[in-house]
Write a protein that binds this ligand. Structure first.
Ligand code: AKB
Length: 363
């Protein structure tokens, strides 16, 4: 039942293999060619309507063709979500249905984004256990049965108060204090175990706070997104972290280019299956001071809440030299570039038209 029919692949020889990738790293093209991956993968993205899913689908569709990237979620999609390729309902807690999707769409790679983030996980621990742990059990078993390459993101939240915080190496003590962190350490360990035991092609990156104009929803690093929306619309923002709370961060374009490059890295280059990746680290006051260069009358107040405790137990600076050494990870965005890009993105995609005139005067 689970045997792969190699003939299925013969008509899918890629026309796109030599097409230039939409990520600014020519290494990617070389890797794919060196690797002689003449077959275009069919990719399923779970939790596809969260912060990373739709942008990730855009990047993968540019490189592998619209029809080969299946976006899925249990949330109702917008017209825009439906515009560029297949979107389907997929509940990661429904194993049979996941099997059906893999068979019907002849899936090769699975990108598993479904998860409750750190702050929202603490509000509903039983749900976080179901989604983050039971859901992950389903997708990893699915990947084993159908021999899929599987990517599961991990996070700086996989570290805890006993971990060295500046810098936090790839291999160190973890012991997180949130259910989100516990579920991610579980995913890292189970994925590595399935890799060694069953030769599963499991790949995992520990991301820092990811900053995009799409609101993330439910994380501890969300302040670094919300301030752009609130700042451009209302010119004031109340921050739930202390001004000096340093955390690792990365702009979405860097996050997706790391994901893409890592997914395509030849397996001989991977000394590990789980890598730290990062771009920068900053505190709320450093970020706000950079934003004030664009919005001079931005008013900031601070009212720390329970997310402060979560942030205090996370890395301040993530050490990602192993990713840089093994598969050539390089970030493009530093703090000034990130702020420029976010102001542009939020202004273009989110601000109501009638406020644009006012906002434009600051940018
Ligand atoms: C969160 O804040 O929960 C996430 C993360 C750092 O994994 N953004």
């Amino acid at each position: 039942m689970f045997a792969r029919n190699s003939l299925q692949f013969s008509h899918r020889i890629s026309k796109n293999v030599t097409k230039s990738f939409d990520v600014s790293n020519s290494l990617l093209l070389r890797n794919v060619c060196d690797n002689k991956r003449a077959v275009t993968p069919r990719i399923l993205i779970t939790g596809g309507l969260g912060q990373l899913g739709t942008e990730c689908a855009k990047l993968l569709r540019k490189n592998y063709g619209n029809e080969n990237v299946i976006l899925s979620d249990i949330i109702k999609p917008t017209e825009e979500n439906l515009a560029n390729g297949p979107f389907i309902f997929a509940d990661i807690l429904d194993f049979k249905n996941l099997q059906k999707i893999v068979v019907d769409y002849r899936i090769d790679w699975l990108i598993h984004f479904s998860a409750l983030l750190s702050a929202v996980g603490e509000q509903n621990v039983p749900l976080a256990v179901r989604v983050n742990i039971e859901g992950m059990h389903n997708v990893i078993e699915l990947a084993k049965q159908y021999k899929l390459r599987i990517f599961i993101p991990s996070t700086i939240g996989a570290f805890g108060p006993d971990s060295p915080r500046n810098p936090t190496p790839n291999i160190t003590i973890q012991r997180p204090r949130t259910i989100y962190g516990v579920s991610k350490v579980h995913a890292e360990l189970l994925g590595e175990y399935y890799h060694h035991r069953f030769d599963l092609d499991f790949r995992c990156l520990r991301f820092p706070g990811v900053i995009s104009s799409d609101p993330p929803g439910g994380g501890t690093t969300d302040y670094a997104v919300a301030v752009f929306h609130e700042g451009l619309l209302n010119k004031k923002y109340e921050c739930y972290l202390e001004p000096c709370t340093r955390l690792p961060m990365m702009y979405i374009e860097d996050c997706l280019s790391a994901l893409f490059q890592f997914l395509n890295a030849p397996k001989e280059k991977l000394q590990r299956r789980v890598y730290n990746v990062t771009a920068m680290s900053f505190t709320p006051e450093e970020l706000f001071s950079e934003i004030t260069k664009h919005i001079p009358d931005l008013q900031i107040t601070y009212k720390p809440d329970s997310r402060q405790y979560i942030a205090e137990n996370w890395p301040q600076v993530l050490d990602d030299k192993e990713a840089r050494r093994d598969w050539g990870w390089q970030h493009q965005y530093d703090l000034p570039k990130l702020v420029n890009a976010m102001i542009r993105d939020v202004r273009t995609h989110f601000l109501p038209k009638h406020r644009l005139k006012e906002v434009n005067s600051y940018v």
